[in-house]
Design a protein around this ligand. Structure first.
Ligand SMILES: [Cu+2]
Length: 82
């Protein structure tokens, strides 16, 4: 019985992790699309967006999806595309 609970918890944790894993590339694409559309932001904002975008990708590849989404979310806020 305990094993069953453990298995269920593990499956849930994996599913949640995968949801994040698939979410990050989606947010990165949104940022890339916004950048390609030449957003009306300052040069400083642009470099901050690019920094956050790179930071998000690094976190994502390291498996830190929540940190990745935090960084990508900040970039999206600057781009006004949330
Ligand atoms: Cu991720």
């Amino acid at each position: 019985m305990k094993l069953r609970v453990l298995v269920a918890a593990t499956v849930f944790a994996l599913a949640a992790g995968n949801a994040f894993a698939f979410h990050c590339p989606k947010e990165m694409k949104k940022i890339d699309a916004a950048l390609a559309a030449k957003p009306n932001i300052t040069v400083a904002q642009m470099s901050e967006v690019k920094r956050l975008r790179a930071e998000g990708e690094t976190h994502h590849k390291a498996g830190k999806h929540q940190e990745a989404l935090d960084a990508l979310g900040k970039a999206e806020k600057i781009l006004n595309i949330q």
